[in-house]
Design a protein around this ligand. Structure first.
Ligand code: 5GP
Ligand code: ZN
Length: 120
């Protein structure tokens, strides 16, 4: 599997070829605001390497996936989600056509803020 797919929109965002509103960046992970938010807070967490979806995740990704999930609560609060338990957030990872995945680069949606939301 190549680290980057030249036809992938999220690889282009990782490479800076398409602009995004960044929330967090480190060696392995980029986090940016969803261009079409469903909720007052809605950002996407992506691995910098091209992984098509959760269906391709294996033991070699344990550390990466663990880091993304443990980063999510901190970024959610920083981005304006209200604290647990009255507030909170929703994490969604659409996978495959029947899972509603539109962009074929693994991404974790983190959504929160006061309801009602546009979707979900
Ligand atoms: P999926 O349906 O694949 O789980 O979600 C893809 C998400 O990516 C959608 O919520 C959509 O709004 C977002 N998205 C698609 N293209 C872009 C883009 O160019 N920039 C940003 N920031 N978000 C995008
Ligand atoms: Zn990609």
């Amino acid at each position: 599997m190549s680290a980057h797919d030249p036809n992938c929109i999220f690889c282009k965002i990782v490479a800076g070829q398409i602009p995004s509103k960044k929330v967090h960046e480190d060696e392995d992970i980029l986090v940016f605001h969803d261009i079409n938010p469903w909720a007052p807070v809605h950002f996407l967490m992506v691995p910098k390497q091209h992984i098509a979806s959760m269906a391709q995740v294996g033991p070699e990704h344990e550390r990466l996936m663990g880091r993304m999930l443990t980063l999510a609560p901190r970024l959610a609060l920083e981005q304006g989600c209200n604290p647990y338990p009255e507030g909170g957030f929703r994490i969604v990872c659409n996978t495959g056509a029947e899972g509603g995945q539109e962009v074929q680069h693994l991404h974790i949606h983190v959504m929160g803020g006061p309801r009602p939301w546009l979707r979900g």
